[in-house]
Design a protein around this ligand. Structure first.
Ligand SMILES: Nc1ncnc2c1ncn2[C@@H]1O[C@H](COP(=O)(O)OP(=O)(O)OP(=O)(O)O)[C@@H](O)[C@H]1O
Length: 269
């Protein structure tokens, strides 16, 4: 359900998706260090994410986006408040929550095919099955002709495609993505944005996606969150009313609501 917006205010957070609650965060705070070195980086974070949402997370540098992602991944423990991810109150890294970072951390000694299959081997899937799953996903991300390449033979964009494929191969219920296209040139970035949107449309996998790029957020997010302040908090949380429109960022820019949304989100960062 796309919300039509008045030209003075942004739409509310999405009531349109009625999927299972996968992530619930209540009054979460995070501090790093202790004593004089104690620094609170997140405060009073409240957030619910449901199945099939693509949540794009914007925010100024240092407001705690990555810290929040790390808590959701189980890499960092919250200092106060409550969290529940996939029914668990104590979150630790697990295969149901996949993480993709800005720089692909592929195993340098393994081919694309073996990098993508690696998690499946850990899950003890029989070899023919893991080869089949990996090949299918490698084709989805457009790397079929390069499946036998080693990471050093890949461009930055190809490495990110491989990293996304490796995460998808584990079939996680949630994907946490921290500026996965942040280090890529503009054209490669647009290609990968379109690829990710297509993969999302076909799978409707729940995604938490950090970006600095408002256009990327408007193109990919069914919902957009803006974090700001110090300690960081969620200042804005909206359903993206122009989500369905975008076949590409160029077509998104033709939407009459685009400029208003872009300006409003930039103001809130
Ligand atoms: N391990 C750590 N120990 C101490 N301080 C940290 C640690 N990790 C992050 N910080 C601090 O926490 C704050 C939030 O960092 P974080 O990386 O979460 O922000 P961010 O919004 O993701 O930033 P950016 O957009 O620049 O990536 C920053 O001031 C950072 O210096």
């Amino acid at each position: 359900m796309a919300l039509s917006i008045a030209h003075t205010q942004l739409p509310e957070a999405s009531p349109s998706i009625d999927g299972e609650l996968l992530i619930a965060v209540e009054d979460l705070s995070l501090s790093y260090g202790s004593g004089k070195r104690n620094k609170q980086v997140l405060g009073h974070i409240n957030l619910e994410i449901r199945e099939q949402e693509f949540v794009a997370v914007l925010g100024s540098s240092g407001c705690g986006k990555t810290s929040l992602l790390r808590i959701l991944a189980g890499y960092e423990q919250l200092s106060a408040g409550r969290i529940n991810v996939l029914g668990k109150d104590r979150v630790s890294p697990n295969a149901d929550v996949g993480v993709v970072f800005q720089h692909a951390n592929l195993f340098p000694w393994l081919s694309v095919q073996n990098n993508v299959q690696f998690g499946l081997k850990m899950k003890r899937l029989p070899k023919p099955q893991r080869e089949e799953i990996a090949s299918e996903i490698i084709a989805q991300v457009g790397l079929a002709p390069f499946a036998h390449y080693l990471p050093y033979q890949l461009s930055g964009g190809m490495k990110q495609r491989a990293a996304i494929a490796r995460t998808l191969a584990a079939d996680p219920r949630i994907m946490l993505m921290d500026e996965p296209f942040g280090a890529l040139d503009a054209i490669t970035r647009e290609n990968l944005q379109s690829m990710l949107k297509l993969i999302w449309k076909n799978s409707r996998r729940t995604v938490f996606f950090i970006t600095h790029d408002v256009d990327e957020a408007l193109f990919l997010g069914t919902r957009i969150i803006v974090m700001n302040g110090s300690p960081g908090r969620i200042g804005t949380d909206i359903a993206n009313p122009i989500f369905e429109d975008g076949g590409s960022i160029a077509s998104l820019r033709k939407n009459k609501e685009y400029s208003f949304l872009r300006e409003s989100l930039l103001e809130r960062m």
